[in-house]
Design a protein around this ligand. Structure first.
Ligand code: ATP
Ligand code: SF4
Ligand code: MG
Length: 332
């Protein structure tokens, strides 16, 4: 059974007294021990999709569709079941650790909270958090427990957040841009640790990032989100070999390649649409070099193609035409 199944998830949030669509249609699943990267430009809805999984959306959010953890509906959980889910089964690592940790409480209080809340003995909980701090490369873990967040660097604090997530021994890890607030060297150190500990423990992971290449390096599958729609889902190893969606091809082409630098970066033309701005057809049509009349009129369904799924009317005919080049050919 899948650890996580999201079916036709749609989310609306209240803005100036009315509900505004931020997610249209997201369907994805994560198997036991599997890592899925959720990628897309800023505002695509990555954070909202991952927060919906633990029902941590802004107040007044309207959620449609279905989210299942090990077969149980997360949206139908009562308070007690939701609490159990959040303290035993799932853990989240956020982008900015300082925004998610109480500055006037010690690191020890922060790390012990979830374990004590679920009834563990203080001595056992303390031994467990010391072990997990050491496992994520935090030196002098016992001294750290007495320190306050402001006494730790950003990189160290993010390791503490990862330790907090691992300490509850979850089955599913939600990591929302866990390294983007850190400097480049610290980013890769933290990423290596997160990846190693996740694999060792066999955790399933939803890894949210705008960095497709990073996602491909640490995940088994990649799910691509555009303006609140899941537009592609493919094995990570297939992405470069088998380009199938013009948006994914554009994302890959707009990233610098340190090995074989391209003459110029192929930016995707135009600006990313917000979910609430999308018209009747394909959300990517206004920016797509391959759009035809049908694309502006009819929404492409997400459908199975090869080892993945793709939402593009022209996916089959474009196979082989999409290239990591600045000027895609084959447009009509
Ligand atoms: N509290 C809120 N109320 C209303 N709209 C919101 C709220 N928070 C986010 N949004 C909107 O929801 C959409 C999706 O936001 P989300 O934060 O999920 O994007 P994202 O893909 O995570 O982007 P980023 O890469 O910048 O983190 C955006 O258009 C954003 O403006
Ligand atoms: S459906 Fe049409 S507009 Fe959308 S990605 Fe495919 S070719 Fe481009
Ligand atoms: Mg985000």
């Amino acid at each position: 059974m899948n650890v996580l199944e999201i079916n036709h998830l749609a989310v609306e949030l209240p803005v100036e007294g009315a509900l505004r669509r931020v997610l249209h249609d997201v369907t994805l699943s994560i198997g036991p021990g599997e890592a899925v990267g959720l990628v897309g430009e800023s505002g695509a809805g990555k954070s909202m999709a991952s927060r919906a999984v633990i029902r941590l959306l802004p107040a007044g959010a309207a959620v449609h569709g279905d989210i299942r953890y090990s077969g149980d509906s997360v949206l139908a959980m009562d308070r007690a079941a939701l609490r159990h889910f959040r303290t035993h089964d799932v853990a989240m690592v956020f982008q900015d650790p300082r925004a998610h940790i109480n500055p006037v409480r010690t690191i020890g209080d922060f790390l012990l909270e979830a374990l004590l809340e679920r009834g563990e003995r203080r001595d056992d909980a303390r031994a467990a958090v010391i072990a997990v701090l050491a496992a994520v490369g935090v030196s002098e873990p016992e001294r750290r427990l007495r320190q306050f967040p402001h006494e730790l660097s950003g990189g160290l604090l993010q390791r503490v957040m990862i330790a907090a997530a691992l300490a509850v021994s979850p089955t599913l890890l939600l990591a929302d841009e866990p390294t983007t607030a850190l400097d480049v060297t610290t980013q890769s150190d933290v990423m290596v640790i997160l990846d190693a500990r996740r694999r060792e423990r066999g955790l399933a992971m939803l890894f949210v990032t705008h960095d497709l290449e990073l996602a491909a390096a640490v995940c088994d599958r990649i799910a691509v989100l555009y303006a609140g729609f899941l537009v592609e889902d493919a094995p990570a190893g297939d992405l470069h070999r088998n380009l199938r969606h013009p948006y994914t091809a554009g994302l890959l082409a707009s990233r610098p390649d340190p090995v074989a630098p391209r003459p110029r970066l192929a930016a995707i033309p135009g600006r990313p649409l917000s979910a609430f701005e999308v018209g009747a057809g394909c959300a990517f049509a206004p920016r797509c070099a391959f759009a035809v009349e049908r694309c502006h009129l009819e929404r492409p369904e997400l459908r199975v193609l090869d080892a993945g799924r793709v939402a593009c009317h022209r996916a089959e005919e474009l196979a082989g035409q999409l290239a990591l080049s600045p000027t895609p050919g084959g447009s009509e």
